[in-house]
Write a protein that binds this ligand. Structure first.
Ligand code: ATP
Ligand code: TZE
Ligand code: MG
Length: 283
């Protein structure tokens, strides 16, 4: 990463990308799980994007090419939805994969691996999901274990998945984002850490899914596909910052944090973003 990419540089970049989302209102096509639809659509709207939850295979080939970015999330996968996911991923738009509970079943893991082969720009998962995906995708080289499995929740810290995330990025060409107390974002060579967020965000279902949808919105406004790393890091920072401000705004628990987080995302201003985004190069 270039030397000039200081914390201040990242703060300005995050503001630039959030402002571009607000100005251009990218249409983000989400083929996402049933639990996440509401919070993902609301997070996209609050950030200034336009969400569309469309999953019929009758519509996807016609609809997705007209969208600015795509979010594919396997959280409530069923046989009927997988062809829609594959079609949306193949529509030629920049897209993000969320491998929710990748290790839940062989069907789900195979689905994730087949989606990975369709070259997402970014994969965002929690540490357990990235470890599971890497251990199957890189069977020979990975040393990870997924013996503790809690479905959509992580049983690992994000740092536990960092080496596998780098290896997965190198083998797939995707930027890999591992969420957690620190979100790590890597293209296989460089790693940035995003330290925004509050632990209470884990107690709201589908915050990770909403973060993935936001990454898709940020991907839609970057100038170059090679900026996928900046899109992922800045989206995660902005989302985490909204969580911090939500908590400071009087949230008493997960339900009120959900409300305050969405309000905070909507209200973010230049001063807050440039001074509070915490992204740094991880050595
Ligand atoms: N301990 C933590 N401290 C601060 N922020 C956190 C912490 N854990 C998670 N987050 C933030 O919460 C958001 C969701 O991340 P998480 O890792 O919980 O996703 P997930 O497990 O995929 O969630 P879900 O499957 O419910 O959508 C991210 O923005 C992340 O940065
Ligand atoms: C709880 C849950 N189950 C399938 S998807 C989902 C939302 C969090 O990923
Ligand atoms: Mg998740």
């Amino acid at each position: 990463m270039d030397e000039e990419r200081t914390a201040a540089w990242w703060g300005r970049r995050a503001w630039e990308l959030l402002s571009a989302v607000r100005a251009r209102a990218p249409l983000v096509h989400c083929v996402t799980n049933l639990v996440s639809m509401d919070i993902a659509a609301n997070a996209l709207l609050a950030a200034g994007a336009s969400p569309a939850m469309v999953h019929s295979l009758r519509e996807v080939p016609e609809f997705t090419p007209r969208c600015d970015a795509v979010c594919v999330n396997v959280g409530t996968l069923s046989e009927g939805w997988l062809p829609s996911m594959r079609a949306a991923a193949s529509a030629g738009r920049p897209w993000v994969l969320d491998p929710v509970a990748a290790a839940a079943s062989e069907f789900r893991m195979e689905a994730c691996l087949s989606l990975l082969a369709l070259r997402p720009a970014v994969v965002r998962g929690n540490a357990s999901e990235i470890l599971a995906l890497a251990s199957r995708s890189l069977a020979a080289s990975s040393s990870s274990s997924t013996t503790t499995f809690k479905g959509a929740d992580s049983t690992h810290d994000s740092g536990d998945a960092l080496q596998d995330a780098k290896a997965l990025a190198r083998s797939t060409g995707a930027v890999i984002a591992v969420s957690g107390a620190v979100d790590y974002v890597t293209d296989g060579e460089r790693v940035v850490g995003v330290s925004n967020g509050v632990a209470m965000m884990q107690k709201i279902t589908a915050t990770g899914c909403a973060a993935t949808a936001l990454i898709a919105a940020f991907l839609a406004v970057v100038e170059e596909p090679s900026d996928a790393m900046a899109a992922a890091a800045c989206a995660l920072a902005v989302f985490g910052l909204a969580g911090e401000i939500g908590m400071e705004s009087g949230a008493k628990g997960p339900a009120s944090l959900r409300m305050h987080l969405i309000d905070a995302l909507y209200c973010l201003d230049v001063q807050t973003v440039t001074s509070r985004v915490k992204i740094s190069l991880h050595s």
